[in-house]
Design a protein around this ligand. Structure first.
Ligand code: PHE
Length: 343
């Protein structure tokens, strides 16, 4: 076996190898336990003693040379592989990105905010109250004691187990809660969900939203109520819309009114949209009944109050031309999305 010829042979084979796997095969066949160089080193003992040293040194230097060649070739192939990967897997940074789908404000949230902004601009503040309410706050303290006929006009969900617990039928109980906690002057709105035992139809839902508003101060009159609500209607529906105050009854206000806005479709002449009325009802309101002020410990000789409440679904429907308020709860994106772009 000629040791001298081994190195060039190994070099040629290693340089010709074109994969990491092929190099590994070469490493085994030259340097492995049964490899050719290992074989030479193993048989040193059989050589005449004077040859052992020089053959051993040569074999070792060939082994080192082959190891080095394998390392170099491995590095070379790895670099070449990386170059190919860089060239084929490169990212085109000029491609437009994929837009994430952004959500939008629900129309009811938006109208709620628009209503709140009008009153915040007038110096009102926002108060909150519970949806599960005591009968006392929802009815009795609002001048509607047990047996009062006005109770039957609001079909109520009662909470099982607690005789005097119910789902609030309007946001007016927040008036009582705030007035019991604080002293006038008070200028407060309270947006929130309310519940009534109504069968769903295009203009009724068992759960809907109201914004309550009230003010208690010295010298407030029906004229303040009127000016405030006319301003409100103009802010929400535009300067051209007119308002109409109709006498009405609420147990907790006296006098009471319902407020209509002129129909946008016919401008008050009467059409199919407004049922030939020319007007669309949007608010209940009135001067706070002295009985309510007395109930919370305010002297009706010193203070007076005005109060109003509106249905958010109704205002949203009239403002944006929605003919069925059930759409607001259906969560059909095709319906909801169209209001994300309207301003
Ligand atoms: N709470 C009344 C309703 O839900 C509306 C209203 C509020 C009326 C405040 C007068 C004053 O119908």
């Amino acid at each position: 076996m000629n040791i001298e010829s081994m190195e060039p042979e190994a070099r040629a084979a290693i340089e010709a190898a074109d994969s990491i796997a092929a190099l590994e095969d070469l490493r085994i066949s030259w340097l492995g336990r049964k490899g050719r160089i290992t074989g030479v080193l193993r048989t040193l003992g059989q050589l005449p003693p004077e040859d052992r040293k020089s053959v051993g040194q040569k074999a070792n230097s060939v082994r080192e040379a082959v190891e080095q060649l394998l390392t170099e070739r491995t590095d070379h192939l790895k670099r070449a592989e990386a170059d190919v990967a860089l060239a084929t897997e490169k990212v085109d940074v000029t491609l437009p990105g994929r837009r994430p789908t952004l959500g939008g404000e629900h129309l009811i949230t938006r109208v709620n905010r628009e209503i709140a902004e009008v009153f915040l601009g007038l110096g009102y503040e926002i108060a909150d109250g519970p949806e599960v309410e005591l009968d006392y706050f929802n009815f009795t303290a609002l001048n509607t004691p047990p047996g009062h006929p006005a109770r039957s006009t609001q079909d109520t969900f009662y909470v099982e187990g607690g005789d005097d617990l119910l789902l609030r039928t309007h946001t007016s109980p927040v008036q009582i809660r705030v007035m019991k906690e604080r002293k006038p002057p008070l200028y407060v709105i309270s947006p929130g969900r309310v519940f009534r035992r109504d069968t769903p139809d295009p203009s009724h839902m068992p759960v809907f939203h109201q914004v309550e508003g009230f003010a208690v101060d010295k010298g407030l009159t029906f004229a303040d109520l009127r000016g405030t609500l006319e301003f409100f209607v103009h802010q929400i529906f535009g300067e051209k819309r007119r308002t109409r105050f109709r006498p009405h009854f609420f147990a907790f206000t006296e006098p009471s009114a319902e407020i209509d806005v002129s129909c946008h479709a016919c401008d008050g002449k009467g059409c199919r949209f407004c049922g030939q009325e020319g007007w669309l009802e949007i608010l209940g309101a009135g001067v706070i009944d002295p009985n309510v002020l007395r109930e919370v410990g305010f002297d009706p000789e010193e203070y007076s109050g005005i109060a109003f409440g509106c249905g958010v679904e109704r205002i949203a429907a009239l403002k944006y031309g929605v003919d069925d308020i059930r759409n607001f709860l259906d969560s059909d994106m095709r319906f909801l999305e169209q209001f994300w772009r309207v301003s």
